[in-house]
Write a protein that binds this ligand. Structure first.
Ligand SMILES: Cc1cc2nc3c(=O)[nH]c(=O)nc-3n(C[C@H](O)[C@H](O)[C@H](O)COP(=O)(O)O)c2cc1C
Length: 444
């Protein structure tokens, strides 16, 4: 027994020692020569490789297969979905743990799934540490979720529902800072004033957070009334702390990616919804995918000078990025799901396909209904085959529609949404889903 345990420990330390070099070819030492773990900008540059484009933690959506797809299309760093620390480290809830983040996934993800940050929702420092210890060998940092505003987070007393308990938040971050061999990071929402937001961010930094992700919306801004993120508050945070800051909120198109970086001075931009609708969001228009689907760079020149998130800009300034055909992306995603051993939940897969194909589903309603009706078949392979058949049928219909406009430059096919002033691309291309006017009032 002891030999086995020693063997496992040796194997794990051997793997940990080698991992940074195996992963990317970059020198990614987790510690300095003096044996101190890297933090702040040293960690950001040397371990993470100076990421600029980050895919957000997304429950049921930033699972291994999606992370792999996002990385292929330009994401530099990806987070896991939030894992509720309640039960994760407990052997009674083994199945829950395997579904949330199994160590086999950590192994299988391997170099293809790095750099990776694993996020937890927690309210008990000791339990959080126990969870973080399990994932420590398979990721580059552990993030604490302080931003989730949902009702289940309220019921579990996690996420943004902790934001008034500064002592507890300090302890959650600080225990990971002291006890883990990898850094701790934090993702939080802004508070009603700039002063309070900055004070909060400084506390997180003092507790030991080595990267701060600032979502520019308050806890009250959620659901349909979520309104605009406040980039000024993000800038104030960036100016107030000395660790890297990731800006989150209000990025729909590729043009917004550069805009938010300039407006906030942030080190990286983190995207959630827009990544789900177009995982190629971070790629410039000049990137060529298997289907010709991007405007030419000269047709849509550089990002605009205006830096306010609410200003509606010339259509051309949004369309500086790649918009591949959504069925191509969906089929590639399904190939990843089928090829890996780590299981993907049917609900996650369906949610991805619904989001990707959204521009076309309101036309092809028969396919939307068929997709909605799919249930787990006897084998995973049979389930994915049913999904794939629907996507392939959609692909043929998109090919038919695209052929009708053959020879016309893409920019001549773009229309402008009367409500938002934002561009609408042809329905066969991946594009963001815009819910309402950009300056929509904030729900009380
Ligand atoms: C489907 C979905 C799941 C999400 N799950 C999480 C999560 O697990 N943890 C978290 O911190 N935020 C979560 N969020 C919030 C995003 O990370 C992000 O902060 C928010 O959507 C704002 O970014 P966006 O404007 O780019 O969408 C989720 C968002 C979406 C759309």
């Amino acid at each position: 027994m002891r030999i086995r345990a020693n063997f496992a420990t040796n194997l794990s330390s051997w793997w940990r020692a080698l991992r940074p070099r195996i992963d990317t070819g970059r020198p990614r030492s987790l510690t300095t020569a003096a044996g101190k773990k890297l933090g702040g900008f040293d960690f950001y540059h040397e371990v993470l490789g100076s990421p600029k484009y980050v895919v957000a933690p997304m429950i049921e959506q930033s699972e291994l297969a999606w992370r792999k797809l996002s990385r292929r299309y330009g994401a530099h760093l990806v987070y896991t979905p939030m894992i509720n620390s309640k039960g994760f480290s407990d052997s009674k809830h083994y199945k829950f743990r395997e579904q949330s983040f199994n160590t086999t996934a950590g192994e299988e993800g391997g170099p293809e799934d790095r750099p990776l940050i694993v996020q937890f929702g927690a309210n008990d420092p000791e339990k959080l540490l126990a969870c973080a210890k399990i994932v420590e060998p398979y990721c580059d940092a552990v993030d604490v979720n302080l931003g989730c505003p949902q009702d289940f987070a309220r019921r579990n007393h996690i996420g943004s529902w902790l934001q008034d308990e500064r002592g507890l938040i300090y302890d959650l971050i600080n225990i990971l800072h002291r006890e883990l061999s990898i850094p701790v990071t934090a993702k939080f929402r802004v508070l009603p004033s700039i002063e309070k937001t900055v004070e909060y961010a400084r506390m997180l930094e003092n507790a030991g957070a080595q990267i701060l992700t600032c979502h520019g919306r308050t806890r009250e801004q959620r659901g349909h009334g979520s309104g605009l993120a406040d980039w000024d508050k993000i800038r104030a945070v960036k100016e107030a702390v000395s660790v890297p800051v990731f800006a989150n909120g209000n990025v729909l198109f590729h043009g917004d990616v550069e805009r938010v970086l300039i407006a906030t001075g942030a080190d990286a931009v983190m995207c959630a919804e827009s990544n789900l609708h177009n995982p190629a969001l971070f790629l410039p228009a000049t990137h060529h995918t298997s289907r010709e689907a991007s405007p030419t760079a000269s047709a849509f020149p550089s990002p605009p000078a205006s830096l306010s998130p609410s200003s509606v800009l010339p259509v051309s300034s949004y369309l500086t990025g790649a918009h591949p055909r959504h069925t191509t992306l969906a089929l590639e995603y399904l190939d990843i799901v089928k090829a890996q051993q780590t299981p993907t939940q049917l609900t996650d897969v369906k949610a991805h396909i619904f989001r990707l194909l959204r521009p076309a589903l309101s036309r092809e309603t028969d396919l939307r209904e068929q997709l909605g009706r799919i249930k787990l078949a006897r084998t995973n392979a049979a389930t994915w085959e049913m999904v794939e058949l629907i996507v392939k049928e959609m692909d043929e219909r998109m090919e038919r529609d695209a052929r009708e406009t053959e020879g016309q430059p893409l920019e001549s096919l773009v229309t402008v949404d009367a409500l938002t002033g934002l561009p609408i691309l042809p329905h066969w291309l991946a594009q963001p889903y815009v819910r309402g006017p950009l300056n929509e009032p904030i729900a009380p």
